[in-house]
Design a protein around this ligand. Structure first.
Ligand code: IPE
Ligand code: IPE
Ligand code: MG
Length: 240
């Protein structure tokens, strides 16, 4: 199934290259992140007409804490500012905003904005926007394993043999969200960097050397067109 026709396509984006974009211009990395927010806004606007129902953006990984303190706080500050400024607009557009990741570990002002965004938009259904924050694919899988172990400990009749893929999936951050159809990475690196690990088993990958601030809805459209022409075999044989 290509997905495009049903209008339920899930695109996941590793928004990389803000720092290099800024460096090229002799600007501080934080200005690259600020430019990246503008790109995000334009991409969100473009999703509904391109038939994208789910958009996940990788905004901060569990490894990004390694960065200089000022960069981390600038990123968190930008997120708070973004929600403060854009929430009404997102709500009017029918966007549901949900954070995925270890959100509890984020600073209180960030958690407060994320909670407000979710509360305001939770019934919207034009575009399901998932913002991966303090997200790590491995941490997510560890969380699922722990949840299942906890169940086994609490329930003496727990049948370990009955643990299947659905049982594992049900303990992911967003079990209702279909797996991504297409994963886009900007910034030219051919790696996943601990983004969705479980979910990308059969996702199509599309890498562009463009830095995230230079990425436009036209590029997104091109990626989708190419995706549409691919033959997703899921281990089977080519479509006859
Ligand atoms: C944005 O790009 C990704 C985030 C962690 C917010 P980078 O900040 O990684 O930019 P590059 O890869 O150093 O250019
Ligand atoms: C991936 O980019 C994380 C996000 C886009 C949030 P990184 O810049 O952190 O990844 P690496 O270090 O190049 O693998
Ligand atoms: Mg990077």
């Amino acid at each position: 199934m290509g997905g495009l026709a049903e209008g339920a396509v899930h695109v996941a984006i590793i928004m990389d290259g803000n720092g290099r974009w800024a460096k090229r211009r002799g600007l501080p990395r934080t200005l690259g992140h600020r430019a990246g927010v503008e790109t995000l806004k334009s991409i969100i606007e473009a999703c509904p007409e391109l038939g994208i129902r789910y958009l996940t953006v990788y905004a901060f990984s569990t490894e990004n804490w390694k960065r200089p303190k000022n960069e981390v706080s600038a990123l968190m500050g930008l997120l708070v500012e973004y929600i403060e400024k854009e929430l009404d607009h997102l709500h009017r557009k029918g966007v549901r905003v949900q954070a995925i990741g270890d959100v509890e570990a984020l600073a209180e002002p960030v958690r407060r904005q994320l909670a407000k965004a979710w509360e305001t938009t939770r019934n919207n259904d034009v575009l399901y926007l998932q913002v991966a924050l303090n997200y790590g694919g491995r941490a997510e899988i560890v969380g699922a394993v722990k949840a299942l172990a906890e169940k086994a400990r609490e329930d003496g009749d727990f049948d370990i043999g009955a643990i299947d893929q659905e049982a594992v999936r049900s303990h992911m951050y967003c079990p209702q969200t279909p797996d991504p159809d297409l994963v886009i990475r900007t910034g030219g690196e051919y790696r996943i960097s601990n983004f969705f690990l479980w979910q990308i088993a059969y996702s199509e990958l599309w890498v562009t050397p463009l830095f995230w601030p230079d990425f436009t809805p036209a590029h997104l459209e091109r990626a989708l067109k190419e995706y549409k022409d691919r033959d997703r075999r899921y281990g089977g044989v080519e479509n006859a």
